[in-house]
Design a protein around this ligand. Structure first.
Ligand code: FE
Ligand code: FE
Length: 165
């Protein structure tokens, strides 16, 4: 039987386990997206975020350690669905829509992460885990910066493509 969640502490731990699965799934998805990207800037943005994501996973491991828990993942059906949709879209994408489609999928991922990290940070702070709250805020800032970078690349690309026609 599934373990019951009664306290905010247990709920916080569950959110961390969920995020641990989220980051693991994204680590598998990003190289495929980088490979498909046609603009070198977008490719680079995916590669940089892959490195950050690997780092984020390690930082989550530190949070588990801090709580005296072993790192473990709780299957996150939400991120799996978002990634699966992205993969379906990727199969259909052709030039000149490729990069705009990749950015659209990636931004859904980043926004999902931003929502989850915002909640986890607030829980950490309410539970008095101030250091963890800071770590989770830093990860949230990375996701948000990635989202902005993706918007910037997409707008630039669209402008260039519009200028070329
Ligand atoms: Fe992440
Ligand atoms: Fe991310």
């Amino acid at each position: 039987m599934a373990e019951k969640i009664k306290s905010l502490e247990q709920l916080f731990l569950h959110q961390l386990k969920d995020l641990y699965d989220v980051e693991s799934q994204i680590i598998k998805a990003l190289p495929k997206m980088a490979k498909k990207a046609s603009s070198s800037e977008l490719k680079k943005a995916f590669e940089i975020h892959l490195k950050e994501t690997e780092e984020q996973k390690k930082r989550l491991e530190e949070c588990f350690k801090e709580l005296g828990e072993k790192p473990s993942a709780a299957k996150c059906a939400g991120i799996r669905g978002i990634i699966e949709e992205g993969e379906e879209l990727m199969k259909k994408l052709e030039e000149p829509a490729m990069d705009a489609g990749l950015v659209a999928s990636a931004q859904r991922v980043e926004h999902y992460e931003m929502a989850a990290y915002g909640t986890a940070r607030t829980f950490a702070s309410q539970l008095g885990h101030e250091e963890m709250a800071d770590v989770l805020q830093e990860i949230l800032d990375q996701e948000s910066a990635t989202d902005e970078k993706l918007s910037q690349i997409a707008e630039q690309e669209l402008n260039q493509k519009a200028a070329a026609t």
